[in-house]
Design a protein around this ligand. Structure first.
Ligand code: SF4
Length: 432
């Protein structure tokens, strides 16, 4: 039985019990959200070593880090290191998106070594194996697609992006409306090529019940992939994207009826003024299930700094109701990220989501900032370091231009406002 079906029966699972405490809710409150589909719990029933994570309405906004090889860079030890870096930086989940090397072996290693939820896009591996078996990505058979979903589910993958909300009608609309960036989703491009080459509609759409059957069996959270997401600001909220959301909403309804935990993926590149409308549309059309977005990137022109573009959009999106944010690294649009890029991407996204959580009233968010304010007032540097979102970086920067044990910092030195005002007011500190 999936967490969704159990919640509908009023069963408080050990995961709900624990996660309610983590999120500051009662088990009954969390159970009700899961039962309505407004919260999903990432935990494949085949994984014994994993720690479940809850995503959705009223909970802390979660952060995902993508890692994985490309055909040009196949170094699994480097990808393992990137996961370690992402975990240390505070990522809540990892999507393993390798398209080079022995993906089966790497998945087993990752699932064994790490306890946080692991996601995947099965179509990637299907496409890569199809090149070996059939000579091209578009040669993959329908059975190849479903065999891969089952293979990865059985192995323990906790959530899967499956591009079921893509059909011929959407692709025709996209062709006719003249998008700037057409399709930028890798899975979407594989399946669009497949549909044209094989002159058939997308099997992940036409045989959606088979997807549901597998997800239900292993309690994999289905993440309906956004194959049609806008790849530049100009394409945001065009007719093809909205049609994709309507289809996603229909598939969400079928997933919930089947007892399958489901979330919906979204853009991508969205100007700030369109983010609230994008989130509202998804929530209304998709039965308020969790929304999992990339960024949003608030501008297209920040190459080298796309983690900042993504963080600006992510805060607006999370305030508007996005639940799960896929990080963007400084390497986005440029190359495979390094471990340093992964660290920068996770931290930038965590800052963005925390800023949103402060506004939306997520339990514990304000308390964290209040503790930092108090530590600053007390000039308690050790406490400030501990409370920083990235303590090693905060410690390194403080150590660079301060004498050890200095009461103030080198910004104002003897004119430290915190210290002076504290003395005027007869207190130990003020606030900088
Ligand atoms: S008031 Fe100036 S010297 Fe004092 S802690 Fe703040 S920045 Fe540093």
């Amino acid at each position: 039985m999936t967490q969704l079906i159990k919640a509908r029966q009023g069963i408080i699972t050990p995961e709900v019990e624990r996660l309610a405490k983590v999120e500051g809710l009662t088990p009954d409150e969390l159970c009700e959200k899961v039962a309505k589909g407004r919260v999903v719990i990432l935990k494949n029933n085949q994984r014994k070593n994993s720690v479940a994570v809850a995503i959705g309405e009223g909970l802390r906004t979660k952060v995902n880090a993508n890692i994985g090889t490309s055909p040009d860079c196949v170094d699994f030890s480097d990808e393992l290191h990137k996961i370690e870096v992402a975990v240390a930086a505070g990522a809540d989940a990892i999507m393993e998106l390798s398209i080079g090397g022995d993906v089966d072996a790497f998945h087993r290693l990752v699932l064994d070594k790490f306890t946080l939820p692991i996601g995947s896009v099965p179509t990637y591996q299907t496409g890569m194996e199809s090149i070996e078996k059939h000579g091209s990505v578009v040669g993959m058979t329908v059975e190849d697609m479903f065999e891969m979903i089952e293979r990865q589910a059985k192995r323990g993958i906790d959530f899967m992006a499956i591009h079921s909300a893509l059909n011929m009608s959407i692709v025709e609309r996209l062709k006719n409306q003249g998008r700037v960036m057409d399709i930028v989703s890798r899975g979407g491009s594989f399946l669009t090529g497949w549909m044209f080459h094989n002159e058939q509609d997308n099997p992940l759409y036409t045989q959606f019940d088979r997807v549901l059957e597998i997800c239900k069996k292993y309690d994999v959270v289905l993440s309906i992939g956004d194959a049609i997401r806008p790849g530049c600001i100009e394409d945001s909220l065009d007719r093809a994207q909205v049609q994709g959301l309507i289809v996603a909403g229909e598939l969400v309804q079928r997933s919930l009826e089947a007892g399958v935990q489901v979330m919906v993926e979204g853009p991508g590149h969205v100007p700030l003024d369109q983010i609230p409308a994008t989130i509202l549309l998804q929530k209304q059309l998709c039965h308020h299930v969790p929304y999992y977005i990339l960024g949003n990137l608030a501008t297209d022109i920040a190459a080298g700094y796309d983690h900042i573009s993504g963080a600006i959009g992510a805060t607006t999106a999370a305030i508007a109701g996005a639940d799960f944010i896929c990080y963007v690294t400084p390497a986005e649009h440029l190359r495979l990220p390094t471990a340093e890029d992964v660290h920068a991407g996770v931290i930038a996204t965590r800052i963005a989501t925390h800023c949103a959580d402060l506004v939306t009233g997520v339990k514990g968010a304000r308390e964290w900032d209040l503790a930092m304010g108090r530590a600053r007032k007390e000039l308690d540097w050790e406490k400030q370091m501990e409370l920083s979102i990235d303590p090693p970086t905060a410690r390194r920067i403080r150590a660079e231009r301060n004498e050890e044990g200095a009461e103030a910092c080198s910004m104002c030195g003897g004119f430290c406002a915190v210290k002076l005002v504290g003395e005027y007011l007869g207190k130990t500190g003020g606030s900088c």
